[in-house]
Design a protein around this ligand. Sequence first.
Ligand code: IMP
Ligand code: MG
Length: 177
Amino acid sequence: MKTAQGTVLITQEEIGRRIEELGRQISRDYAGGAVTLVGILKGSFIFLADLIRTISPDVRVEVDFMSVSSYGDATTTSGTIHIEKDLGISIEDKDVIIVEDIVDTGLTLLHVFNIFSARGARSLRVATLLEKPGNSKYQGPLDYVGFQIPNKFVVGFGLDYAQRYRNLPDIRVLDEI
Ligand code: IMP
Ligand code: MG
């Protein structure tokens, strides 16, 4: 559906249903245990807020956020990231799920994953609302994926273009950017 703010790729209802499925999966995988969700700011905040409420109360859930900026570097394949805001809690010996809005090049995820491994997380999994297949330099598994999407720039449901459009309730492709 075309709107004044682009074409809707994934509706609010589809997102809601899929997040409930992911929540059920997480509830099963961590039943009787605990999990620490770490949202990568800012794009993941809406996904994380919805996801956490679909996880069974039987699972002990902790939440924290990290903000990173990536500097692509033409001379290396991996680039580097700068931690703008670090975690407030220790993840040592914790079962952690990194929560991303979208995995594109996977560089953000690759670096965050390595940082968290070095900090001694007991287990590390990844939840991402969206995945653009084929671009990722992150070789590990994406454990909980909402939707695979075509290689187009999308906004809404927390994702921005130049800090705009995070408030759109669905996922859209901007017609011209
Ligand atoms: P990466 O390329 O996998 O490291 O993705 C880094 C970040 O770029 C994501 O967490 C998003 O914030 C942003 N990003 C990548 N693709 C898109 C898109 O299509 N729309 C909005 N943000 C995007
Ligand atoms: Mg962004």
